[in-house]
Write a protein that binds this ligand. Structure first.
Ligand code: ATP
Ligand code: SF4
Ligand code: MG
Length: 328
């Protein structure tokens, strides 16, 4: 399958020097053309940091400490998103790679009709179209995401959270991007709404042919809708598999735990049931496998040697001593 976005050896730190913490560590990730790639992991595992890092949208004190993000353009040429000029990146960001970030629905302007906000996006990026054409396109985009045209002139507060999220997707799709990255907040939308949103995205993906990176802690959603899933723990991808493989036979004990977890409905820590303990403090990571203090299957080797993500003998990509990486 054709690769469209390839992350290689990405490292992201918050802060500099001895006070810094590494929130994303040596991440490799490939997005193929037309596919839905899900990214899952507990709160704080680095999902958003990865998404921000690979698109160079990290808020300070976040810094990309190394790696490459290779994007393949329509003509087959490639660029490294981490190294192209700011102006080139800005252009790519709307027209090729659209991003709907955690909390983005709060970025809708409360005192502007959604039609105006959509038209503004179109105006800013396609100077030649007429006002009439832009209005029609705004209507069409909202239709795509399932918002009836009588809502076109609503203000954000007149719409439910789910509808505002759809408006954000409509904006993201305005310039027909080839990649849509969507980072779902752990708490803001309920699972029913998330499911509808993801279903809408997946249907549109089939019609419009873009690729999706969908970030959520809710693995059941990903199993249902994505082609492949990458599981993050303490800043690292610990397993990557097709949804079917991951669902049937999760190889990493953490993946297995996540599959059998449900997010707590209350409480600020947003803990998951099913996996005892909590993620390590990035400032003092345990030696060996970062998951070993919580792992029910830990062996002696786990406390001393760090497994790396690689092709295990089963032909699956996992970082765990239960599934040694095949050599040669
Ligand atoms: P969630 O599911 O809650 O969105 P996440 O997987 O997206 O979680 P991140 O927000 O990427 O996790 O955070 C990864 C790690 O980086 C966490 O340990 C977090 O505390 C740390 N972190 C995030 N933002 C900052 C910051 N501005 N300064 C320092 N550390 C940060
Ligand atoms: Fe558990 Fe060891 Fe595998 Fe880590 S390497 S997940 S501690 S079995
Ligand atoms: Mg996040």
């Amino acid at each position: 399958k054709e690769r469209i976005l390839e992350v290689r050896g990405l490292n992201v730190d918050y802060g500099l020097g001895p006070e810094s913490v590494r929130a994303v560590r040596d991440v490799d990730l490939t997005l193929h053309r037309g596919e839905v790639l899900g990214l899952a992991g507990e709160s704080g595992s680095g999902k958003s940091t990865l998404a921000y890092g690979m698109t160079r949208l990290l808020p300070p004190p976040g810094i990309v400490a190394g790696g490459e993000v290779i994007y393949t353009l329509d003509d087959g040429s490639t660029v490294d998103l981490l190294r192209i000029r700011d102006a080139d990146l800005r252009r790519l960001r709307w027209s090729e790679i659209a991003i709907v970030f955690q909390g983005a629905i709060n970025s809708l302007n409360p005192v502007q009709r959604i039609s105006t906000q959509l038209v503004d996006v179109l105006k800013a990026h396609s100077a030649r179209s007429t006002p009439k054409a832009r209005q029609d396109r705004a209507r069409e985009l909202l239709g795509l995401v399932g918002i009836a045209s009588d809502r076109l002139h609503s203000y954000p507060h007149q719409l439910s959270g789910g509808m505002r999220q759809r408006v954000m997707i409509a904006m993201a799709l305005a310039l027909e991007p080839r990649v849509v990255i969507m980072d779902e907040p752990t708490t803001a939308l309920d699972v029913v709404v998330q499911r509808q949103i993801l279903r809408t995205l997946v249907e549109l993906r089939e019609r419009l042919g873009f690729s999706v990176v969908f970030i959520t802690h809710d693995l059941s959603l990903l199993v249902e809708f994505s082609d492949r899933i990458a599981i993050m723990y303490a800043g690292q991808v610990v397993e990557e598999a097709t949804s079917a493989d991951l669902y049937r036979t999760p190889l990493h004990p953490y993946s297995d735990g996540l599959l059998h977890s449900f997010p707590a409905l209350k409480g600020p820590r947003r803990e998951l049931s099913g996996i005892a303990g909590s993620p390590p403090d990035l400032r003092s990571m345990p030696g060996g496998c970062p998951f070993h203090p919580r792992c029910g299957r830990a062996m002696d080797v786990c406390a001393t040697r760090t497994p790396v993500l690689g092709q295990s003998t089963a032909g699956r990509s996992v970082a765990c001593w239960l599934h040694p990486v095949s050599v040669g």
